[in-house]
Design a protein around this ligand. Structure first.
Ligand SMILES: O=C(O)[C@H](O)[C@@H](O)[C@H](O)[C@H](O)COP(=O)(O)O
Length: 232
């Protein structure tokens, strides 16, 4: 599917522009169906955009927020994406939103993934909005090169849901939505910043295996047009 580039002069302008676009999409979903859903990524890039979005004036009580992926750590951990979202997005007006975590205090990550799959199944598919990040190794979500269940995660036949992933670059065991859960979002966003990530994206857009740079699955096979938001 195609990719549309939204280029901004700087990160602050991108944060505002992305917050404007997403709040409009969420408000339109609420107007159409009475509810809206958004799955966001963790990492360091999204903080400013989370803060901008948290202040937008929409009916947040009708919005369900979840994560694209999570580290298998409790929300008290400084590695937790839940903690990142709680501190930066579930604030201000957006504090009224419903948040559905992926981490659950279970005996194993597999048990937590099964619980997350069950709990997130209540969110109508497809997501209205999905915001992906990208690592310098070309991973997105927790689709890491060399990941233990990468082929399964990217397989279009794999059902929607949350699975575990382990990889050298991932740190803790991860909990990640599958490609099939994310790729048909009403508005599918890739949010990256800096010249380095722009070069990584260019490499990913060149020919090569998905397993080498898993973002290629999104670039090449997502059902929804990919909205690339980039600032230097
Ligand atoms: O849990 C995570 O870390 C994210 O979901 C991950 O996929 C992230 O989007 C990329 O690693 C980019 O992270 P940065 O924004 O920190 O570069």
């Amino acid at each position: 599917m195609s990719a549309i580039l939204h280029k901004f002069d700087n990160a602050a302008a991108l944060a505002e522009g992305l917050a404007d676009a997403l709040s409009a999409r969420l408000a339109a979903a609420i107007a159409a169906r009475g509810k809206a859903s958004i799955a966001v990524s963790g990492g360091s890039t999204p903080k400013a955009f989370f803060r901008a979005l948290s202040g937008r004036d929409i009916d947040w009580a009708k919005v369900t927020i979840t994560l694209v992926d999570e580290r298998f750590v409790p929300p008290e951990s400084d590695r937790s994406n839940h903690a990142l979202v709680a501190a930066n997005l579930l604030q201000n007006n957006a504090a009224a939103a419903q948040f559905v975590p992926l981490y659950h205090a279970a005996a194993t990550a597999e048990d937590a993934a099964a619980i997350a799959t069950e709990k997130t199944a209540a969110i109508p598919a497809p997501f209205d909005v999905v915001v992906l990040g990208m690592g310098t190794d070309g991973h997105t979500a927790s689709f890491f090169p060399g990941g233990t269940r990468l082929e399964e995660a990217l397989d279009p036949a794999t059902p929607r849901g949350v699975i575990t992933m382990e990889a050298d670059g991932a740190g803790e065991t991860r909990l990640t939505f599958t490609f099939s859960s994310l790729q048909d979002a009403g508005y599918l966003v890739l949010h990256i910043e800096g010249e380095g990530k722009k070069e990584v994206l260019a490499r990913a857009q060149a020919s090569g295996e998905e397993a080498e740079m898993p973002i290629r699955a999104v670039l090449g096979r997502a059902a929804s047009p990919l909205q690339i938001y980039w600032a230097p």
